[in-house]
Design a protein around this ligand. Structure first.
Ligand code: F0G
Length: 449
């Protein structure tokens, strides 16, 4: 059959509150043209993030009910540890409440002034935690990874030539090397197994421990299966295990491919570093057998990690992004190509060629999509990065197992209708902004008002 169905049935529903365009305009004005400050109940389809927004399965809810809430040595912890060790092969498994808590602990230990930490592209929180420690975060993705229209099967790959040159010069200042799979900041783009292997080899040459940021490890493994020679017949679990086999450790936000609403971990082989990490964990997250989570959260995570590796689920998930991408391109809308794992990124500069970056075309598009059809996406451009922005994008990220085909068809229609009306859109100006991370709370007004 050609029709790909959602590989699940729906057992519990959450009503969506319908709004009219006139109501949404009032809401948008009240929110000062910043979709972050709109209440979730005023959103029809929420594509703000794929992080912690997924639907858990009946098996996960079942595990929740049998979670063991013992402070120390909970049964749920051992289920979680077994699952993470089975998939990653790593020795020390340290639970945290989410990804950035694992990053904070890791970089408090290995970071510091004068240190350099390379990655394909650091996610914002990774970069922020590195910089907070005094170290410098260095992005070395392949050049193709920075061009939205450039089609490449593994656009998240590390530029191995650049990494080799970088390490030859700076290896003494590099405490660990990193790699983000999939590369969120570059469009959710995958990294090939060959690239992971070669990156590991370069780090190993200088005895630098190699850490993966594995928030979307299952999506990356699926792309390897369908795009890389020699992997078509391997299971996604086998591919994931091979990815992890090259690493000395990883940080994980389980709010993505852990299929849970909260959770994360730091996993690593080094005994001394693990002991230091557990000491810090007790200060900031909690006892090493729960790390900022309830026992039930760990139990749900132990189940979710395997569900993320289900091939019917991954086929449906990756196809969803691809389907939306194809329909938008056919309608003349420019997006980052090819579509990645968890999101579609619209090129707002191409959408609104007459709105200059100083008038925030990405923010305009995010607002217009809300006004037209109640969609919420996030601007990734001049609002988020100020003068350092290289692209003006709107990310529509897909919660896992939440929306169906008709929700996506509706979203596509909204985007295409917004595109048809593109000449009517006006630029925005900032009327107020906080000192850091302005995109969350900044206020805007239409230019000329
Ligand atoms: N690394 C990557 C690649 C991420 O995408 C995220 C979160 C983190 C680390 C941090 O994890 O949120 O659990 O602390 N990304 C979310 C997003 C917020 O919307 O892309 P966290």
């Amino acid at each position: 059959m050609k029709t790909l169905i959602e590989p699940f049935k729906i057992k519990m529903v959450e009503p969506i509150r319908q709004t009219t365009e006139a109501q949404r305009l009032t809401i948008l004005k009240k929110a000062h043209y910043n979709p972050f400050t709109i209440r979730a109940e005023d959103i029809l389809i929420d594509f703000l993030t794929d992080s912690g927004t997924g639907a858990m399965s009946d098996a996960q809810w079942g595990a929740i009910m049998t979670g063991d809430e013992a402070y120390a040595g909970s049964r749920s912890f051992f289920q979680f540890e077994k699952a993470v060790r089975d998939i990653t092969g790593l020795k020390h498994i340290i639970p945290t409440h989410q990804g950035r808590a694992a990053e904070k602990i890791l970089f408090s230990l290995v970071g510091g002034k004068g240190k350099l930490i390379p990655n394909n592209t650091h996610f914002d929180t990774t970069r922020a935690n590195i910089e907070y420690s005094g170290a410098e975060a260095v992005d070395l993705v392949i050049p193709e990874g920075k061009i939205p229209s450039c089609v490449h099967p593994f656009k998240g790959n590390m530029d191995l030539g650049k990494l080799a040159a970088f390490l030859a010069k700076h290896h003494k200042s590099v405490p660990i090397g990193m790699m983000t799979v999939t590369n969120n900041s570059g469009g959710g783009q995958p990294v090939s197994m060959e690239n992971i292997r070669e990156t590991a080899r370069l780090y190993r040459k200088y005895k630098i421990p190699f850490f993966l940021d594995v928030c979307r490890f299952a999506e990356n493994a699926w792309f390897i299966k369908i795009r890389e020679k020699g992997y078509a017949k391997k299971s996604v679990l086998e591919i994931a295990r091979e990815m992890f086999s090259y690493a000395d450790g990883c940080t994980m936000s389980a709010k993505k491919d852990g299929m849970v609403n909260i959770g994360g971990f730091l996993a690593l082989n080094d005994d001394a570093l693990a002991m230091q990490a557990r000491n810090l964990l007790i200060l900031t997250e909690g006892f090493p057998s729960y790390g900022g989570l309830a026992g039930r959260d760990l139990a749900a995570l132990a189940v979710g990690l395997y569900e993320a590796l289900d091939e019917d689920y991954l086929r449906y998930r990756i196809r969803t992004a691809e389907y939306m991408g194809e329909r938008l391109l056919a309608g003349g809308v420019s997006i980052i190509r090819p579509t990645g794992g968890h999101a579609v990124y619209i090129d707002a500069k191409a959408f609104y060629p007459d709105i200059p970056p100083a008038q925030f075309p990405g923010q305009v598009l995010a607002c217009e999509l809300y006004k037209k059809g109640g969609l919420r996406g996030v601007e990734i451009g001049s609002v988020m990065f100020g003068k350092n922005a290289t692209m003006e994008l709107v990310r529509l990220a897909f919660p896992r197992r939440v929306y169906t085909q008709s929700h996506f068809d509706y979203a596509i229609e909204v985007i295409l209708e917004t595109f048809a009306d593109r000449k009517k859109a006006k630029g925005l100006k900032i009327t107020w902004e906080p000192p850091f991370l302005r995109h969350f709370t900044a206020r805007f007004a239409p230019v000329g008002k």
